[in-house]
Design a protein around this ligand. Structure first.
Ligand SMILES: O=C(O)[C@H](O)[C@@H](O)[C@H](O)[C@H](O)COP(=O)(O)O
Length: 241
């Protein structure tokens, strides 16, 4: 896999660099007269990026009312649960920048009353009808096992084709029930920005850059249509050759 690897000294400088790059990208897209589409992820480094975006003075360059936000995966729990990726993103970013509620496209929670499979299908339908899916920037955290979104190694979800979303009922990382975009859907993104920090990610990052099975290391299976960037801190990049 050929991709752009950008290594920063630590989590703080990494989060700051990613935040500034996102702001610049969104501002450029708006200058072209388009509404940018962003795919968010969960995790600690994503939360740090969200806080940096919210506190950046350059954030004034972006018209935040005119940005669409989606998620690559979500935990299938109550939509008010603190476990939700969306809850974290709202608290650290979306509420701070006063994003347009009509442009925040959360995955359903259990309080929707939908069965897991129907909830996954519901999000796929929303992606189709509301023009999502063609992300300008799609963020992906990576797990120490090489998972991205809620596509875990060896799971059926990794090999699902012909669908935008997949219900995950047996996630090895709690909670067990999740909704994830499929590899096919993730691969529609214009730019894919992987973000990883800390020594615990070093082996997964190196494995993602090595040839081999995508089922074994799902992170091997996603590249942007135009750009793939691995945003790392020094520790996360320490096992790259
Ligand atoms: O739903 C989840 O469990 C998380 O979203 C998860 O997929 C996360 O993105 C990665 O594991 C990286 O997380 P950290 O940055 O916290 O290690």
């Amino acid at each position: 896999m050929s991709s752009d690897v950008r290594v920063h000294p630590g989590a703080e400088s990494l989060a700051e660099a990613v935040a500034e790059a996102l702001i610049a990208r969104l501002s450029d897209i708006q200058a072209e007269g388009r509404v940018p589409v962003v795919g968010l992820t969960g995790g600690t480094i994503a939360a740090a990026v969200h806080r940096k975006v919210a506190s950046s003075l350059n954030g004034f360059d972006v018209d935040w009312d005119e940005v669409d936000f989606w998620w690559g995966d979500e935990r299938y729990v109550d939509s008010n649960s603190g476990e939700r990726n969306a809850r974290q993103a709202r608290r650290d970013l979306l509420d701070q920048i006063e994003a347009d509620p009509g442009r925040i496209h959360e995955m359903p929670g259990t309080d929707s009353g939908l069965a897991l499979a129907d909830a996954a299908e519901d999000y796929a339908a929303t992606l189709r009808t509301e023009g999502g899916g063609k992300f300008d920037v799609l963020f992906l955290g990576i797990g120490p096992d090489g998972h991205i979104a809620s596509l875990f190694p060896g799971s059926e979800a990794v090999t699902t084709t012909g669908a935008l979303t997949v219900p995950v009922s047996d996630s090895p990382k709690p909670p067990a029930q999740r909704i994830s975009l499929t590899l096919e859907a993730l691969n529609h993104a214009d730019a894919v920005w992987f973000i990883a920090s800390g020594a615990g990610k070093a082996d997964a990052v190196a494995a993602a850059h090595a040839d081999g099975s995508v089922t074994e290391i799902p992170a091997r299976g996603v590249t942007g249509q135009n750009e793939t960037v691995w945003w790392l801190d020094r520790q996360a990049g320490s096992a790259l050759g």
